[in-house]
Design a protein around this ligand. Structure first.
Ligand code: PMP
Length: 407
């Protein structure tokens, strides 16, 4: 058995000690946003207390310190996902900004009427709607590769759908609703053979597993900081250098230019070409601390513990009569969507909240996936490495209690 000192880890997360309605908090909404360790909170606070200045604009000491800390976070992120260069990392407000940047700067200029973007049925709206917006402008379409009842991508169908009109394929690394892990290496290999770039939505993968963008073989990788222990409003787009060189900027403004003239402006090189305006400096400095925190524990230990929790929670839920788990892929990260016969997901979530248990109910920004399963909503318990078996017990006890109130 893995030795994992979860109590010591929990002590690093101040919020986990609080109560809700007088009950100890059981936070199982980690796929929505993670809690933050004290090191992240203190790093952000220390930045504002001691180093606050704008980046890359001032010659004074504070400006240098802020710039070093902000660019240091880019270095950490680049190493964290094994980018070949720090210049391949665009710092964004999150995955949503990253997918929109790719949609407008990469996809739109390449779309002709009749072209397509290929995605899958299990995507988050952030990986559907941007493609629809640009496809509409160009007279192109968005196609979705199907999944099976277990919530796994049907890889052969995906491959069949990689036809010459497809100008970009984009797939989530891990489903935010089902926890399914997609076989990105294989998909990337197939895309590459056909000269179709592959974008990966890494929002739900990066918090749980080591990501190596070179080994994955994709072209673009998007991530969001607030789900990986970092502050809200942080995230990144990694892209191969040749793509970044070929892409026009998405936002225009300060700090992304070489020279501005009314008869023609020239742009800075990537990544700065894509980072107009003052960024979320303190947020990224905090995200750097989040990466340090992951590395101090290590993904091997995190993965082993989370998989134990996932199996335990799945087993306990399967014992509940009338409970249906949605998404039973062979390889999953610790996300469990489920329905309980005779009770609405939102009613259950509201009553669970009164017991101190935070779960999400709803469509999870994945309408097409809900349509596939023919349900309006699910309840979702999503775990992090700071969760415990005792919390899962408390969650199951609360679920059985609130269910009685609804039947
Ligand atoms: N993709 C997936 C798979 C997600 O889970 C989320 C967040 N729920 C997003 C994209 C969007 O991330 P953000 O809102 O941080 O931009």
């Amino acid at each position: 058995p893995t030795v994992f000192d979860v109590q010591r880890i929990r002590a690093d997360f101040p919020l986990l000690a609080r109560t809700v309605y007088g009950k100890p908090l059981v936070y199982l909404d980690n796929a929505n946003t993670s809690q933050k360790p004290a090191s992240v909170i203190e790093t952000v606070s220390e930045h504002y207390r001691q180093h606050n200045a704008n980046v890359a604009r001032a010659v004074h000491q504070l400006g240098d310190e802020a710039t070093a800390a902000y660019e240091g976070a880019r270095d950490k992120l680049a190493r964290f996902i094994n980018a070949t260069s720090r210049n391949e990392l665009i710092l964004t407000s999150g995955t949503t900004q990253a997918t929109n940047m790719v949609a407008y700067s990469y996809v739109l200029p390449r779309l002709q009427p009749g072209d397509a973007v290929l995605t899958t049925v299990m995507e988050h709206h952030a990986n559907i709607v941007p493609w629809q917006l640009v496809a509409q402008r160009a007279g192109a379409t968005v196609k979705a590769a199907p999944i099976n009842e277990r919530g796994e991508l049907i890889v052969e169908k995906f491959i069949e759908m990689l036809t010459p009109e497809v100008k970009l394929a984009c797939v989530t690394h891990v489903s935010n609703v089902l926890g399914t892990v997609n076989p990105i290496r294989e998909l990337a290999r197939e895309c590459r053979k056909r000269g179709i770039p592959l974008m990966v939505d890494g929002s739900q993968a990066v918090p749980h597993r080591p990501v190596d963008v070179q080994a994955l073989g994709c072209d673009f990788y998007a991530m969001t900081g607030h789900k990986m222990l970092g502050p809200t409003g942080t995230g990144a787009l990694w892209a191969r250098r040749e793509h970044l060189q070929a892409m026009p900027p998405f936002f225009g403004g300060g700090e992304m230019i070489r020279e501005v003239r009314f008869d023609g402006t020239t742009f800075a090189e990537a990544p700065h070409k894509f980072e107009a305006g003052t960024p979320n400096i303190a947020g990224f400095v905090g995200l750097g601390a989040a990466i340090d925190y992951y590395q101090s524990i290590g993904f091997e230990a995190i993965h082993a513990w989370e998989q134990q929790l996932l199996s335990y929670a799945t087993e306990r839920l399967r014992d509940i009569p009338g409970l249906r788990i949605i998404g039973e892929a062979a390889e999953k990260e610790p996300v469990i969507s489920f329905l309980l016969e005779g009770a609405q997901a939102t009613d259950l979530a509201t009553l669970l909240d009164l017991e101190g248990v935070a779960v999400r109910s709803g469509h999870h920004c994945a309408h097409p996936l809900m349509q596939f399963y023919g349900v309006p909503a699910t309840l979702r318990a999503s775990l992090a490495f700071y969760n415990t078996r005792e919390e899962i017990d408390a969650f199951v006890t609360a679920l059985l209690k609130v269910r009685k109130l609804l039947l």
